[in-house]
Design a protein around this ligand. Structure first.
Ligand code: PEP
Ligand code: MN
Length: 338
């Protein structure tokens, strides 16, 4: 961090800032003085410094951040890619993971049937929303705990670990016991109380990028979970809001290599919510694989026209079979196994 002082800043006031920083943080200060400038180079763990508390000082001209505000999520902190172990199944590093399933768990019969087809396709994890964050309170809100019981029945039969979204803190203990990967949806990416509580568990958390969140905000949200002691975070690019109306969201495909550069955490792509169109799922999934993502999350439904949520972006099981075959043949060119 570089602090640029105003030209006429009194030396005793600069000293006061230096003393405070050294007292309160694990840092060192290297000073550089010229006729027209006076700089403080702050090195060490600057992640604990709140830049606005320094910028608020009238003798500070500006502050330039050199290091990222996140630490545990940063590649500088841990250079090797993190591999997340989910009940013996790996995701990250060389392991490309495919998470597939309906937007919502609708009934026991339909989920069991779908889970069998997903298992047959070669996908690795089963998703299904039980607590649904719907835009309208009049839309299907999910089956709640009954939905998670159904997912567990499918897990017992197929062996596929289950992924489902949490919406409130009071369900953390229940999710901890009954879910393999806890999903934090785009709308809750900055629900900091929820993130902090998830940091107290050691459950893998699938953290989706917020609708209008920057990459740095996504990494800071991951930092909230990790700062509590839970390093098992999987990031998910699910499209962001832009001026483009043709697709539901705009898939920010470059976020994948950017996140790979900044962080050791696995990053997967959700082409279903990113595009909102079933026919865009396969091309975007292929793009995600090619660009270096660690996995994908795909919505699948046997009868999309009658799905209780997100039918328009759900592919049928035969399309998932085809997609899995395509990804497998692509994997020979990429340094990932599927
Ligand atoms: C979902 O995955 O079911 C979902 C609601 O996605 P998002 O939070 O990305 O909108
Ligand atoms: Mn959905």
């Amino acid at each position: 961090m570089i602090i640029v002082m105003c030209k006429d800043a009194p030396l005793e006031e600069i000293d006061a800032i230096k003393k405070r920083l050294i007292k309160e943080h694990d840092i060192e200060i290297h000073e550089s003085k010229g006729t027209n400038y006076h700089l403080l180079g702050v090195v060490g763990d600057t992640s604990t410094i709140d830049p606005s508390s320094i910028e608020a000082n009238r003798i500070v001209e500006k502050l330039i951040r050199v290091q990222s505000p996140y630490k545990k999520a940063s590649k500088m902190f841990r250079p090797d890619d993190s591999v997340i172990d989910i009940d013996g199944h790996k995701l990250g590093g060389k392991h490309f993971g495919v998470i597939a399933g309906p937007c919502s768990v609708e009934s026991r019969e339909s989920l069991m049937d779908l889970a069998r087809q997903i298992k047959k396709s070669g996908a690795h994890f089963l998703r299904g929303g039980a607590f649904k964050p719907r835009t309208s309170p009049y839309s299907f809100q999910g089956l709640g705990e009954e939905g998670i019981e159904i997912l567990n029945e499918a897990k017992r039969e197929t062996g596929l670990p289950i992924v489902t979204e949490i919406m409130s803190i009071d369900k953390i203990d229940y999710f901890n016991e009954n879910v393999d990967i806890i999903q934090v949806g785009a709308r809750n990416m900055q629900n900091f109380m929820l993130l902090k509580e998830l940091g107290r568990t050691d459950k893998p958390v699938l953290l989706k990028r917020g609708l209008s969140a920057t990459i740095e905000e996504l990494l800071m949200a991951a930092e909230y979970i990790m700062s509590g002691g839970n390093d098992n975070v999987i990031l998910c690019e699910r499209g962001i809001r832009t001026f483009e109306k043709y697709t539901r969201n705009t898939l920010d495909i470059s976020s994948v290599p950017v996140i790979k550069k900044l962080s050791h955490l696995p990053i997967i792509v959700d082409p279903s919510h990113a595009s909102g169109e079933w026919w865009l799922v396969e091309p975007l999934a292929k793009a995600a694989f090619a660009v270096g993502a660690d996995g994908i999350m795909i919505e699948v439904h046997q009868d999309p026209q009658n799905a209780k949520s997100d039918g328009q972006q759900s592919i049928k099981p035969d399309k998932l079979d085809h997609l899995m075959d395509t990804l497998k043949s692509l994997s020979q060119f990429l340094d990932k196994s599927i």
